[in-house]
Design a protein around this ligand. Structure first.
Ligand code: SME
Length: 162
């Protein structure tokens, strides 16, 4: 397994995501453990894009429970339909929030967070968890982030039901 992520110099956001996808695919394919893969994905996204907070919440007993993350201390449990993460869980849709203060019910784990994107992780139509990324800048996420982050989470090998 390669232990370094290689990106083209001076790459723009879409180019970085494009270069990252196959490397992330290889990284995910070399490991089956969900937590290990989420931990590496959070680390790579934080390192490459410098986001304020990158992490996962996992569905456990009717709550989203904090999983692997990079960044400051965060809330540990979130309810179904509550906040941006709970809304992504409820709707099974990515939530792209340019201004968290304008989102009714936003849960502020950090007062520095200004914008946010939350991508649900689906396995056969069931939400296993979410990828949550916070920025300390307004409107820091757009359709490019949504497109590539949705592809990114689809690379995480999910537990196979038998
Ligand atoms: N802001 C999120 C809570 C999680 S933290 O951002 C890490 C929300 O409203 O669901």
């Amino acid at each position: 397994m390669s232990e370094n992520i290689v990106l083209p110099p001076q790459a723009g956001k879409a180019e970085k995501y494009e270069a990252l996808l196959p490397q992330m695919e290889a990284l995910m394919a070399s490991e089956t453990d969900l937590i290990a893969n989420m931990a590496n994905m959070a680390a790579v996204l934080k390192e490459v894009f410098g986001f304020f907070w990158v992490g996962f919440y996992l569905v456990k007993k009717e709550q989203l429970v904090l999983g692997p993350f990079q960044g400051p201390l965060a809330c540990t449990r979130l309810g179904y339909g509550k906040g941006v993460c709970g809304k992504a869980w409820e709707t099974k849709q990515t939530q792209l929030i340019p201004d968290v203060d304008a989102f009714p019910g936003h849960i502020a784990c950090s007062s520095a967070s200004r914008s946010e994107i939350v991508v649900p992780i689906l396995n056969a139509g069931v939400v296993l968890g979410v990828l949550d990324i916070d920025s300390d800048r307004l409107a820091d996420f757009d359709g490019i982030d949504q497109k590539y982050l949705e592809k990114m989470v689809s690379l995480i090998p999910v537990p196979v039901e038998d």
